[in-house]
Design a protein around this ligand. Structure first.
Ligand SMILES: Cc1cc2nc3c(=O)[nH]c(=O)nc-3n(C[C@H](O)[C@H](O)[C@H](O)COP(=O)(O)OP(=O)(O)OC[C@H]3O[C@@H](n4cnc5c(N)ncnc54)[C@H](O)[C@@H]3O)c2cc1C
Ligand code: FES
Length: 368
């Protein structure tokens, strides 16, 4: 298996808004990097205490069609370690260590398909949707895309110029509905004022007859509140859950529903405290090697592996991105968070090592 790590050179920077910048990369040898629309790069930066390397996931805002270039778009988070470090220090010509593109929130174009695709995003949640949008418009000529995009005001719209150009270039196939919570100017056609909530979404979707609600495919990316509102609107419209895909950038504050179990049976929440109270042995198969180590009750499986200098793949460390995904072949694992895993993955025994705790001493996990 090829190394999951790459070195990329920053070849251009684009200031998108006052607090968001697109970083364009290429490999030093200008070879393309395999990726799918909607996947993310993991940037690895020495900005932690004492120069410790920190990792963060950033969705590709570029599409495979833009190879050999790749781009990520980073929005400053108040008080955030990596976003501020990057936006304050990144320069053209700099080389950055990254983990190759990963992620299951993907929309691969099917050139013969004639689909209605609805993208719903807010703020920096536009990034994976932008990648999907460009890919569908260029490579799936019979499909239509509606983008519903929430922002504070006109000046906080990331990719404003590019979106305007795409709307003109693909008139009839691509439409945008902007929703501004605090608009600077009186609203024009297809601009909505207020929060991007269930009511606004229902109003927009019910007017859009070329996007028959139950038959469209939906891709959601934004704050947790927006995604809950969107899911509720789509349920009311009778959209089957299988037609809705979502990605979160931030772990949900309320992770009560996230407690889950994989690789075994039974009620994990009741048993978890007792079952997690002692150290457990875990075996991991990764890239042809077998690793065995102890996981103490306060550690995740990933933390215990990293303490032993076992170089397992990871990115967000919050159960969101699936970079650390593995399949539990035996034993029981408790997950603190399962946002990144679908029901079908859970049923197949997939777990996330960054939020996983062994409940039994016979846990065997296969990664890759
Ligand atoms: C799959 C995936 C894709 C992502 N893609 C992008 C992307 O394309 N562009 C982008 O800018 N970010 C993206 N993120 C978020 C990114 O990985 C970082 O979490 C973000 O840049 C904050 O990191 P930080 O080190 O600056 O903040 P930290 O120091 O990690 O956090 C500081 C505080 O900010 C909160 N916080 C973290 N992220 C956010 C956020 N996005 N909004 C509001 N509060 C937050 C944290 O809970 C914490 O309280 C993505 C995350 C995931 C999991
Ligand atoms: S590292 Fe992102 S889900 Fe585990």
């Amino acid at each position: 298996m090829s190394s999951p790590y790459l070195t990329l050179t920053v070849v251009e920077l684009t200031q998108e808004t006052s607090d968001a910048v697109t970083i364009h990369f290429e490999r030093p040898d200008r070879q393309p990097v395999a990726c799918q629309p909607g996947q993310f790069l993991t940037l690895i930066l020495p900005c932690g205490p004492g120069g410790k390397k920190e990792r963060r996931a950033y969705s590709l805002s570029s599409t495979p069609g833009e190879a050999p270039r790749l781009a990520v778009t980073i929005k400053r988070v108040t008080g955030g370690l990596v976003s501020n470090y990057l936006l304050d220090t990144v320069q053209v010509g700099q080389q950055l260590e990254v983990m190759a593109p990963l992620g299951n929130f993907v929309l691969a174009p099917q050139p013969q398909a004639a689909r209605s695709i609805v993208l719903v995003g807010a703020g920096s949640g536009i990034t994976p949707l932008m990648s999907m949008l460009k890919a569908i418009l260029s490579d799936e000529p019979k499909s239509h895309v509606l983008l519903i995009y929430g922002n504070r005001n006109e000046d906080s719209v990331i990719f404003a110029d590019q979106l305007r150009q795409l709307e003109q270039q693909y008139a009839g196939r691509f439409q945008i509905e902007h929703v501004f919570s605090q608009p600077l100017r009186p609203s024009a056609e297809h601009k909505h004022t207020g929060r991007l909530n269930r009511t606004t979404l229902l109003r927009i979707l019910e007017q859009r007859h070329q996007f028959p609600a139950a038959q469209a495919e939906y891709f959601l990316c934004g704050p947790d509140g927006l995604m809950l509102e969107a899911q509720s609107a789509l349920e009311l419209l009778g959209v089957p859950a299988a037609r809705v895909r979502r990605e979160s950038f931030v772990a949900a504050a309320d992770s009560a529903e996230a407690a889950a179990q994989s690789g075994g049976h039974g009620d994990v929440s009741a048993a978890a405290d007792d079952e997690q109270s002692s150290s457990r042995n875990v075996t991991i198969h990764y890239e042809g090697a077998e690793y065995q180590f102890q996981v103490s009750p306060e550690q995740t499986i990933l933390e215990a592996a990293l303490d032993q200098d076992i170089d397992l793949p990871y990115s967000c460390q919050a159960g969101l991105c699936t970079a650390c995904r593995g399949k539990c072949l035996s034993g029981k694992v408790h997950l603190d968070e399962r946002e990144g895993l679908s029901d079908s993955e859970m049923n197949q025994g997939y777990i996330l090592t960054c939020v996983g705790h062994p409940l039994t001493s016979d846990v065997v996990i296969e990664i890759g």
